[in-house]
Design a protein around this ligand. Structure first.
Ligand SMILES: Cc1ncc(COP(=O)(O)O)c(C=O)c1O
Length: 382
């Protein structure tokens, strides 16, 4: 068993009790007059579902999520999306100014936002754009983390490129950083990947934290249900730092229905369709003259480098298709991220991009103007 991860938490919060809400009391009774709730339901709430404050961690949902992720309920904290998990981790573990959060750009932006809000330092270890994919430079991550990072955020599958970090590599990093930092693996898109989740490893490697969400594969982004999966002591600390009633009852009820066998079966079918569509769209895009490179993705999106990203973005918009413009992100000055939609929506993407012309370039031998051969990165020989 590895070192106690609670030693990494802010010293001033280790004994912090947090807010004790009326719902955290274990009293028994029939007439509940301890939380200043309304005596009658709202006229719009016909079934009287919203009058009382919800359970801080709805028991049934916690058990269902723990079953889904194959962990113990006490190893899991439900929050308002994984966004809240990120924020809680940064707040509970980083002393402003002194401690740092390590990120691997280009990557999901909320790690840096939460660090900024906490006044934590940000250490950036850029992804390496290898010939086949963007890669996390884990040696550099370990070396930089050793000088002051309390949290190392790894995104796997990575947003926006979609690559997966091998399980052994993550575990090696976590072992190396034991007693110094938590390694947080954001698995928002893991359901779409070939690789397994690291959720079941948290019981063994105590400085490992996994983030999961119902926003993507489970199609419940608006319900805002995400989970931190971690050592039980870390979970208890995060809960003490969390708002008193973080999970709205209607959202918990919807999430619970989404975890019933019938809904789960449909979710699995949709994931299979997305994986199939991802492969098809990736191959089709890569063959278009206006697209120079499509990264191999394990998520429900594709990152494409375009010969003229502005023209591609505009063409898509004119066809009514909105994709994520990545051009402001480091190393992605020519890239768009396209979520995988329904087969019809994906066809629309292809149709819009088919009419985008690749910019002309001058042939070095003949001096004639030629279009870019597809799949060839700008500046590289064909
Ligand atoms: C990598 C990654 N993590 C977390 C999130 C946020 O997920 P949630 O809706 O659970 O807050 C996103 C959203 O796009 C994401 O891309």
């Amino acid at each position: 068993m590895s070192a106690d991860p609670l030693q990494l938490a802010r010293a001033d919060l280790r004994g912090f009790a947090g807010y004790r809400s009326a719902r955290s009391e274990t009293l028994r009774g029939e007439v509940w007059l301890n939380a200043n709730e309304a005596a009658w339901a709202n006229a719009a709430d016909r079934e009287d579902r919203a009058r009382r404050y919800p359970e801080p961690q709805p028991r049934d949902l916690r058990v269902a999520l723990a079953d889904l992720y194959r962990v113990a309920p006490e190893q899991l904290l439900i929050g308002r999306g994984s966004d809240e998990g990120i924020d809680l981790l940064v707040r509970a573990f980083c002393v402003p100014v002194t401690d740092a959060v390590l990120v691997t750009p280009p990557v999901f932006g909320m790690y840096a936002v939460s660090a900024r809000l906490q006044g934590a330092r940000l250490i950036e270890v850029p992804l390496q754009d290898a010939t086949d994919d963007f890669r996390v430079d884990l040696q550099a991550v370990a070396a930089h983390a050793e000088v002051g990072a309390k949290l190392v955020f790894l995104c796997s599958p990575g947003n926006p490129a979609g690559g997966v970090i091998p399980r052994d590599a993550v575990l090696n990093l976590a072992r190396r950083l034991e007693g110094r930092a938590l390694v947080v693996v954001d698995e928002a898109y893991i359901e779409f990947a070939d690789a397994p989740s690291l959720a079941t490893d948290v019981g063994v490697q105590r400085n490992l934290v996994v983030l999961r969400t119902l926003s993507k594969a489970h199609a419940l982004a608006a319900a805002r249900i995400g989970c931190v999966i971690a050592d039980t002591d870390v979970i208890a600390l995060l809960q003490r730092c969390q708002a008193p009633y973080p999970v709205p009852a209607p959202c918990a009820a919807l999430a619970l229905r989404a975890l019933q066998p019938e809904s789960l079966a449909q979710t699995r079918n949709h994931v299979e369709t997305i994986r199939h569509e991802r492969a098809k769209l990736s191959a089709t895009l890569a063959a278009l003259p206006s697209v120079q490179r499509v990264y191999p993705s394990q998520g429900n999106f594709l990152l494409a480098r375009c010969a003229d990203a502005e023209a591609a973005f505009r063409a898509l918009l004119s066809a009514g298709v909105v994709v994520r413009d990545q051009r402001a992100a480091p190393q992605l000055g020519d890239a768009l991220r396209i979520s995988i939609g329904t087969p019809e929506q994906n066809d629309r993407v292809v149709a819009a991009l088919r009419v985008v012309e690749a910019p002309l370039r001058r042939d070095s031998v003949s001096g004639e103007m030629m279009s870019h051969p597809s799949g060839t990165p700008a500046g590289e020989a064909a």
